[in-house]
Design a protein around this ligand. Structure first.
Ligand code: CMX
Length: 450
């Protein structure tokens, strides 16, 4: 166990509980949001409903992880050996405690992970039992669920424990799960695309480098660097994204971390969310194929306009919260610009960036015409020969589980109750409107159909 991390977490949870108790007691009636009918019908967009301290998506600055912007985060976190990029263990320490770890603390998490990487055999058998064409996200979700047999929280809960003890077991489970994620991802990759060759983790490597090693790609130091950057960038995006939100609801029922993480992964598998990295790369390749190479800006603009006029979505562009270029996009573009600016797919990414925002903006309805992280992440993986597009969201997933598990430990540590919003029927809604507005037309539900 990473003792220092647990100790600091206990301290901050205690402090935060007191803070929230005070706020609830003295400012319980303070209004944060009002919700309109339009917002409810439009996916609760723009309604502040959650308190999440691990990170915040600033619409105009992008993600702030524990208040650090992406460039700040990359600067302050301890780096892996001979690397320009942070150790995932240090990031996890920061997500969990809100404190920037020193190198020893970051390595302590990495060492804790190493001790817990062994995956029970039955989990591999679950993956093996699935048909070869199974989507890697299905396999990841199933593998995480198969690990549920190992939940310490579930066992202790059955024996009878009280609320203050919950978070400690969620933390144990979280460390056990996150330790195994690169192993699971590599196993899925090797089984699907490398004739089942199984490479066990290397005891000397950090969490991120180990993934590269286990898929047989650690010989390229820039790919290893990409993995380190990639896993930091995708780790957390406040509490309302589909992954975190679904995981949070599931965990609020005191379902353990394995049920929680699997639920989050299922949400991430949708094309409007995590699967957009797969979809975007497929779209980029289709563009190259269509034009027989890199199109000019003019050609691309005509192509994109025609697509959006037919009602198609341009993957990798737009966001429910962001209103600017995603800084995660910029961080990945910086890496590509440094190491392979002439790569054709990367050059296309840049050209798309020059064209798509103005096309989307000209439609007048797209709230954010700018690229998100999915507009580029796949192109970089593709450059390094990871060309199995359906695998891309798995990498997003194992990184995002760092944030999801940290959020879950905090939720249980703050004794958050069961999430259970209220719903009404549309008929009730019409009746409510009619009562408030005498001039409203008769409720549709009671209007005879012509
Ligand atoms: N291409 C074409 N049209 C787009 C668009 C895009 N990239 N992004 C938004 N629009 C359209 C919407 O479909 C909507 O049209 P209708 O009114 O006709 O239904 C209109 O613009 C308004 O949408 P919005 O309020 O700007 O965006 P939402 O908050 O509803 O949706 C998102 C956000 C991400 C689902 C959307 O921008 C999208 O589908 N983008 C492409 C998929 C993608 O990249 N997803 C990954 C996001 C990051 C992540 O969560 O991982």
């Amino acid at each position: 166990m990473s003792h220092r991390m647990k100790e600091r977490l206990a301290y901050h949870l205690n402090e935060q509980r007191q803070r929230l108790d005070y706020l609830k007691k003295h400012y319980g009636q303070f209004k944060i949001s009002e919700v309109t009918l339009e917002q409810i019908i439009s996916g609760i967009r723009g309604v502040t409903l959650l308190i999440t301290d691990t990170s915040y998506v600033d619409p105009h600055q992008g993600i702030r992880i524990r208040d650090f912007t992406i460039p700040e985060l990359l600067r302050v976190l301890p780096k892996a050996r001979n690397s320009a990029f942070p150790l995932a263990g240090g990031l996890y320490y920061l997500l969990m405690t809100g404190e920037v770890p020193d190198e020893t603390e970051a390595w302590e998490v990495e060492e804790t992970w190493k001790e817990r990487m062994a995956v029970p055999e039955h989990v591999f058998r679950v993956i093996d039992a699935m048909p070869h064409q199974t989507h890697p996200m299905t396999l990841l979700s199933q593998a995480i669920l198969a690990l549920q047999t190992e939940s310490i929280f579930a066992r202790r809960y059955e024996e009878g424990i009280s609320k203050p003890a919950f978070w400690g077991y969620y933390l144990e489970d979280s460390l056990n799960l996150t330790a195994k994620l690169p192993v699971l991802a590599a196993y899925i990759y090797n089984r699907k695309y490398r004739q089942g060759e199984h490479i066990p983790p290397h005891p000397d490597l950090d969490w991120s480098a180990n993934f590269a090693y286990m898929i047989g790609r650690s010989d390229d130091p820039i790919f290893v660097e990409l993995m380190r950057l990639y896993f930091v960038l995708h780790s957390d995006h406040e509490g309302g994204n589909v992954t975190a939100y679904s995981a949070n609801v599931v965990s609020s029922s005191l379902a353990d971390i394995y049920f929680t993480a699997s639920a989050g992964i299922n949400g991430l598998a949708g094309p409007l969310h995590g699967l957009a990295n797969q979809e975007c790369t497929r779209w980029l390749l289709r563009v190259l194929h269509h034009f027989g190479g890199l199109p000019s800006e003019e050609q691309l603009e005509t192509y994109v306009r025609e697509q959006v006029e037919r009602g198609m979505t341009i993957p990798g562009y737009g966001h429910a919260v962001l209103r600017t270029v995603d800084p995660r996009f910029t961080a990945l573009a910086d890496l590509a610009e440094t190491y392979f600016p002439q790569d054709t797919l990367y050059r296309l990414v840049k050209r798309v960036y020059a064209v798509v925002p103005r096309v989307l903006a000209s439609l007048g309805k797209v709230k954010n015409p700018w690229p998100n992280v999915d507009a580029i992440s796949g192109a970089l993986l593709y450059h390094f020969g990871v060309r199995q597009l359906d695998f891309y969201t798995v990498l997003f997933g194992i990184s995002r589980m760092l944030g999801v598990t940290a959020q879950t430990v905090w939720s249980r540590g703050l004794y958050k109750p069961l999430e259970r919003p209220k719903s009404i029927t549309s008929q009730m809604l019409e009746a409510m409107i009619a009562q408030a507005d005498e001039t409203a037309p008769a409720p549709l539900a009671s209007t005879p159909v012509a």
